[in-house]
Unconditional design. Structure first.
Length: 152
């Protein structure tokens, strides 16, 4: 089985597909809930990438072409964890923009700074789409907690 962040869905480069949660909000959960509402369709399915900085790093900023090294935790929308690089003891390195990871990661990591932590809520179209990647069901909304360790 391939690790969860590997690309199987179609990439999108439309900035209208991204909703940024208010990182300065006093109630982070309320800010994320508001972002989820804005990014969801009338049936409640998330249709846009949601980006929320938990902490902004003080290092360089990620751009297309960089190699990013991250630790991450991946969960489905109900909170069930499906992948965790911390538990594996092995961070993931990938070239941004090369299609090595899902579209939600490709877009969601741009602008992140070294040392920062970010939450990504990835709609199915920017994740695995209708593919089943055990234990991830088809058309799953994915949640990732990402820590950017370094940029090369």
């Amino acid at each position: 089985m391939r690790s969860a962040p590997w690309n199987t869905a179609t990439s999108t480069n439309n900035v209208d597909d991204i909703v940024v949660a208010d990182s300065e909000a006093k109630n982070r959960e309320a800010a994320l809930a508001d972002a989820i509402r804005k990014a969801s369709n009338t049936s409640g399915q998330v249709r846009k990438l949601i980006v929320n900085d938990v902490s902004v790093g003080d290092g360089r900023e990620v751009k297309v072409g960089d190699t990013a090294t991250v630790h991450y935790i991946g969960m489905v929308r109900d909170g069930a964890e499906f992948d965790n690089s911390y538990k594996k003891g092995q961070p993931l390195s990938f070239k941004v923009g090369a299609g090595e990871v899902i579209a939600g990661w490709e877009q969601g990591i741009i602008g992140m700074k070294e040392g920062g932590k970010r939450i990504l809520i990835v709609p199915p179209e920017m994740g695995y789409g209708n593919a089943v990647v055990d234990p991830i069901p088809a058309n799953a909304t994915l949640l990732f907690s990402i820590e950017l360790l370094s940029i090369e």
